[in-house]
Each structure stands twice: as C-alpha cells, then as structure tokens.
Ligand binder design. Structure first.
Ligand code: ATP
Ligand code: TZP
Ligand code: MG
Ligand code: MG
Length: 269
C-alpha cells in the first residue's frame, strides 16, 4: 500500500500555499465554510454573478460547486464557472447536496457532472446513489438508512461518472474506481452541526489545489478533518454541538500533519 502517512503532509502544504478556493455554495453554510477554510490556512472567496465567475474560477486554486440552495440563475453560473475552471486546469470539486430529494436536484446534479469535468464528487451515500440512477433513501439533505455497501457504490459511481468519488458517513470512502481507501476518523457530533459535509467538500478543494493526485488529496483531507473533529469533540463533551462547532474551527487551525499521522485511521480496500 502506498503510505498514506506521507500524504498527511499535504495539510502543511495547504497552510504554506494558502490557496484561493472559489466556492459557489449554499446560503446555509457560507459563513461556516469561509471560516473553516481560513482556519485550515486556505483563502476562501464566494462569487456567484455570471458576469464574474469565469474570471474568478480561473484565478483560483480550486473551484467548489455546491447545489444546497440551488436556483436556475446560480446553476447557469456554476456551469460557466465549471467550464472556465476546466479550460484553465483548475480542479473542480462538486457537492450534490440533496440529489434524490427532488427531481430538480437530481437532474441538476447529473447536468453538472455531464457538462463539467469534475476532479471529485463528495456526498453522502444517498446523493451519490441517486446521481447514478440507483435508489437510496434521502430525507431533505440527510442520507437515510441504507443497507448497501458504500465502497461498492462509490466504485460504481466512479466508473459511471469518470471521476474520483468520495462518500462520507460514519466511515468515509475514496475511490477512483480502481484504488479505494476507507477513512475511519470523525465523530457523531459532526452530524449535529449543519454544513460539516459542505465545509468538508471545500476542504477537499483546498487539498486538491496543492495536490493533483485526487485520491491522495481526498484521503489526506478526510483524515485531517476527522482527526480535527475527534480533538474538538473530546474537548466539547458529547452533548454540546454549539461548543463543538467553535472548537472544531479551532481544531482545524491547530491539527497538524503529525497529529494526522498519529491518529489517522486509513485503510486500503
Ligand atoms: P448528511 O447530510 O447525510 O449528514 P453530509 O453532507 O452532512 O451528509 P456527512 O456524511 O455527515 O456529510 O460527512 C461530514 C463529516 O462527518 C465527514 O467527515 C464524516 O466522516 C463525518 N461523519 C458523518 N457521520 C458520522 C458518524 N456517525 N460518526 C463519525 N463521523 C461522521
Ligand atoms: N439545507 C439546504 S443546504 C443545507 C441545508 C440544511 C446544508 C447542508 O449541509 P451539510 O453539510 O450537507 O450537512
Ligand atoms: Mg452531515
Ligand atoms: Mg451534505
């Protein structure tokens, strides 16, 4: 197995490079996403107007598209930004929030994946299943109880979408269809704070800005994020999502590559 512990260093590379991450995200998580990226050591910008998104995407180290509170105008701007990023060789990471919950979300997620060359897609199991025409229960933006094998689903999705697929939940999966990793870090308190999935997608964007091997970038991002959550939860206490949210931002700032090497739980499948 390639030594994933070497990839933990990417966390420091993000801090040194301070990459610009262009986010087109949802209204629920905008502030949390910007603060999380700053804590990590990246430089966030949110820009939505179709008059400027191509220019901004070309300047960025990564573009993150997130359809959490989509509307027609924003989707049009996402396609413009996505194509501009593709032309400039800027990696595009996509979060298909709520795909499967409504027909509009499912169709839009598929349209973006068809029209933009994606470096990676990150979602819960239900969103990824629904993007590729499989069924998996979803309630609003949250994955329902599914009985399927997330790693097998991720591999089918990677083959069908032609990109790296990241499915998160209690355990996270990263695959390009051939090489598959599981990341076991994280904490249930992450499910009690809105936007932790969305912020994670933007964090993966920041890692993609400094590492073109998307499997490496995603594994390093997930292990770092999960270890930071464990450190914050240990300090917050089990029943404190409010304290957890601010301690998690702090932990994103102080969790180092050495912490990830020590506490990361990564397995090759
Ligand atoms: P959902 O809306 O279904 O919660 P999401 O887009 O919010 O999806 P999650 O799957 O919750 O995304 O992933 C966000 C982070 O939370 C990831 O780092 C993931 O590993 C972590 N996570 C989610 N559920 C758990 C859990 N039960 N235990 C530990 N970590 C978890
Ligand atoms: N509704 C539309 S977008 C959104 C909600 C609650 C935020 C979802 O964030 P996450 O990271 O998927 O939990
Ligand atoms: Mg969640
Ligand atoms: Mg989500």
């Amino acid at each position: 197995m390639a030594d994933w512990r070497e990839w933990a260093e990417l966390r420091e590379r993000v801090r040194e490079a301070n990459p610009l991450v262009h986010n087109m995200t949802n209204v629920v998580v905008t502030n949390f996403t910007a603060n999380g990226l700053l804590a990590l050591g990246a430089s966030p910008v949110m820009a939505y107007a179709k008059e400027e998104v191509a220019e901004m995407a070309k300047l960025a180290g990564a573009l993150v598209l997130n359809i959490g509170t989509l509307n027609a105008e924003e989707v049009e701007a996402m396609l413009i930004a996505g194509r501009a990023a593709n032309e400039a060789g800027v990696p595009v990471v996509f979060d298909p929030v709520g795909a499967g919950a409504t027909r509009y979300r499912t169709e839009t997620a598929r349209r973006i994946a068809e029209q933009v060359k994606l470096a990676a897609v990150r979602g819960n199991a239900a969103e990824i299943a629904n993007m590729i025409g499989e069924t998996w229960a979803i309630k609003g933006v949250d994955a329902g109880e599914g009985s399927g094998d997330a790693a097998a689903l991720a591999k089918r999705a990677a083959a069908k979408l032609g990109t790296v697929v990241i499915i998160t939940g209690k355990d996270d999966v990263v695959t390009d269809g051939n090489t598959t990793y599981l990341v076991h870090n994280g904490h249930p308190l992450l499910t009690k704070v809105t936007g932790t999935g969305c912020l994670l997608t933007s964090v993966i964007g920041a890692f993609a800005a400094v590492e073109r091997d998307m499997v490496k970038a995603a594994v390093a991002a997930l292990a770092y994020y999960g270890v930071a959550a464990e450190r914050a939860a240990a300090e917050a206490g089990e029943r404190s999502p409010g304290r957890f949210q601010s301690l998690f931002l702090d932990a994103l700032a102080h969790t180092s590559a050495d912490d990830v090497k020590r506490d990361g739980q990564v397995e090759q499948r």
